[in-house]
Design a protein around this ligand. Structure first.
Ligand code: HEC
Ligand code: HEC
Ligand code: HEC
Ligand code: HEC
Length: 148
């Protein structure tokens, strides 16, 4: 137990250093997540988040990709023109291995976002849904990949 706590502490330190500049290799892509989470993948694929590439005829402007893509636009790498798994759950190369995923504390320390409360969930949505671009009010409790 103590060894594990120490490992977690060390990982948190490493993470603080590592996230200073996330690189392309820090991301796995939605297909890799979907290999172990096929239901979430299928549900997500039916949403505008997955299909936003179709909005853009040519190569989208980098300023649009801050919200219409996964990655770190405009300053850093663009991983895919989709609001992919990692746009909400965090860059996943470090936490995606099976043994890490089964250890929630470790997965969080390695970058899995904490979305466990309504407040945290709404804060995530607000990073992109900040200003209403539509007439309808935005509902931060709307399901994003319902698997029932
Ligand atoms: C090798 C298989 C595997 C891959 C790849 C994988 N996961 Fe997981 N994931 C798991 C397992 C196993 C669990 C734990 C399930 C459980 O405890 O019921 C889990 C749990 C989760 C959870 C729930 C965590 C919680 O707080 O309850 C989320 C969210 C998640 N994964 C997202 C992702 C994302 C995003 C990716 C891609 C970056 C990913 N997973 C890649 C196997 C995987
Ligand atoms: C701050 C985040 C953000 C940025 C930056 C952004 N968008 Fe969006 N965009 C959104 C969100 C969120 C929606 C979904 C709107 C909704 O349902 O409220 C959206 C929706 C859209 C739609 C569909 C609107 C509709 O009424 O159907 C288009 C087209 C679009 N964006 C184009 C762009 C273009 C082009 C750029 C760059 C010039 C851009 N967006 C930049 C967040 C953003
Ligand atoms: C728009 C943000 C968003 C995207 C995109 C997204 N998720 Fe999630 N995910 C969430 C939130 C928020 C939760 C917490 C449960 C909830 O509030 O619905 C969650 C929960 C989960 C869980 C826990 C079990 C469950 O279904 O509730 C898994 C596993 C998961 N997501 C995997 C994925 C995978 C795989 C992808 C990509 C195919 C993905 N997510 C894309 C926001 C997102
Ligand atoms: C990384 C940016 C980002 C995050 C985070 C994000 N979204 Fe989105 N969302 C978008 C963009 C961009 C669109 C528009 C996609 C399109 O239609 O091309 C969108 C569209 C939607 C739509 C469809 C709206 C419509 O009228 O077509 C819903 C619903 C939605 N988001 C819910 C959520 C919820 C709930 C959360 C938080 C749990 C969330 N989103 C987090 C960027 C994001």
């Amino acid at each position: 137990m103590r060894a594990r706590a120490l490992t977690h502490a060390l990982l948190a330190v490493c993470l603080a250093v590592a996230t200073a500049g996330a690189a392309r290799r820090d991301w796995t892509g939605s297909a890799a997540c979907g290999a172990c989470h096929p239901k979430e993948l299928a549900a997500w694929q039916a949403t505008p988040h997955a299909q936003t590439r179709a909005r853009f005829e040519a190569s989208p402007e980098v300023r649009c990709l801050a919200c219409h893509a996964t990655g770190e636009a405009p300053a850093g790498p663009v991983i895919a023109v989709e609001v992919g798994c990692e746009a909400c759950h965090g860059a996943g190369a470090a936490y995606a291995p099976d043994d890490v995923m089964r250890d929630k504390l470790l997965a969080r320390a390695l970058g899995l976002a904490d979305l466990s409360s309504p407040k945290l969930r709404a804060a995530l949505c607000a990073t992109c849904h900040a200003r209403g671009t539509r007439e309808e009010a935005f509902d931060p409790t709307a399901p994003v990949h319902p698997v029932k």
